[in-house]
Design a protein around this ligand. Structure first.
Ligand code: ADP
Length: 344
């Protein structure tokens, strides 16, 4: 009933009128020269009664109105709300309005985050299917040609089988990278830290990549004054990081170029830097390099078997180690990627 301002005012006015009437009626029976004293008592009594009635009526109405709103807010999972009973009488509306505003800001932020995630998920799915489509269709094309008679044609049968094999290998690389990145992102991947010689690991990787580097006429040199630098990290994962960085320096290197690996001592850390004098990267692209599937030069990356996931994986692996990766690059001059590791 007490929902509109008119009803509330009517209720309070009737109560105050009744109380005033009762007191005024009492005055008729007082026949004393000290009537002003009684008048004072009457005024005081009316004031107190009117105050108490107004206070409790308004408070009850406000609480009745605000409580359901709070219940709804609490159901949406906000635990930061004040307890409505604890509100200072003075600040009831102010506190409630502050809480609702904070709740609104929090929810707006959450919605923005969800929208971004949804966009990211859509883009990711689109990218994955796009990446998988090319090798699948290529392999299917070669195999269909072989089935349709190509198998008996000595000029193409072996070549097409090799091409189909290459496409399937590419699919395997993409799926392996995707698996690794989703493990890294979901926090599933546990590190197996051990002490190992980072200089030796680099030399082993460089040996394995020697043929590829020779084909591109790129010299890879490991500059380590000391023969052994012991670090504490997950060896296979750091091997992935280094492999990715050196392979990139070859893919985006120039003919007759050089890839150099340097080590810098930083007290309890060691900084590893892989630099090249290759094509370099335009400054505006640098912040995006570590996004999944981001490529500056798409065709060069695909031609060389790049999945566009390498640097995203590198960044994640280093983050799990509590480290970060840094890039310096000048278009046309070359790039340097560096990261630190804890010394053993
Ligand atoms: P990709 O498989 O395409 O190499 P990455 O995630 O490893 O994917 O690298 C993302 C992009 O960053 C590459 O496509 C390339 O444009 C750029 N990039 C990476 N390393 C270098 C480098 N050393 N020099 C120039 N550009 C590079």
């Amino acid at each position: 009933m007490l929902t509109s301002p008119r009803n509330i005012s009517l209720f309070i006015s009737i109560l105050v009128a009744i109380v005033t009437g009762i007191f005024s009626a009492l005055m008729f029976f007082i026949n004393s020269s000290d009537i002003w004293k009684y008048l004072l008592v009457e005024i005081l009594a009316i004031f107190i009664i009117a105050y108490v009635i107004t206070f409790y009526t308004i408070r009850k109405i406000l609480i009745n109105k605000i409580t359901p709103i709070y219940k709804i807010i609490q159901q949406t999972g906000n635990s930061n709300l004040n307890n409505i009973d604890s509100f200072d009488n003075k600040n009831l509306i102010e506190e409630a309005s502050k809480d609702v505003t904070n709740w609104f800001k929090l929810k707006t932020r959450e919605i923005e985050k969800l929208k971004k995630l949804e966009k990211y998920r859509r883009e990711f799915l689109g990218n994955v299917s796009h990446e998988l489509k090319t090798p699948i269709f290529n392999a299917q094309g070669y195999i269909s040609t072989l089935i349709d008679g190509g198998i008996d044609d000595k000029n193409i049968n072996k070549k097409y089988l090799e091409k189909a094999d290459q496409s399937i290998n590419r699919l395997i690389t993409i799926v392996r990278d995707l698996e690794l990145i989703s493990k890294l992102e979901s926090g599933e991947l546990e590190l197996n830290r051990e002490n190992f010689n980072i200089v030796q690991l680099l030399k082993d990787i460089v040996d394995l990549l020697e043929m590829r580097a020779n084909k591109l006429n790129i010299k890879v040199q490991v500059n380590s004054g000391e023969k052994s630098i012991m670090v504490n990290a997950d060896r296979p994962r750091i091997s992935d990081v280094i492999n990715n960085l050196i392979v990139n320096s070859l893919i985006y290197g120039k003919q007759n170029g050089t890839t150099t690996i340097n080590f810098y001592d930083m007290e309890n850390k060691i900084l590893v830097e892989v630099s090249d004098n290759g094509v370099g990267i335009e400054e505006k692209f640098i912040p995006r390099l570590f996004e999944r599937f981001f490529r500056v030069d798409k065709s060069r990356s695909r031609d060389q078997g790049g999945t566009g996931l390498g640097l995203a994986i590198v960044k994640h692996i280093l983050e799990v180690h509590g480290e970060t990766i840094h890039v310096r690059s000048t278009l046309g001059e070359g790039s340097a990627f560096s990261f630190t590791l804890n010394k053993a």
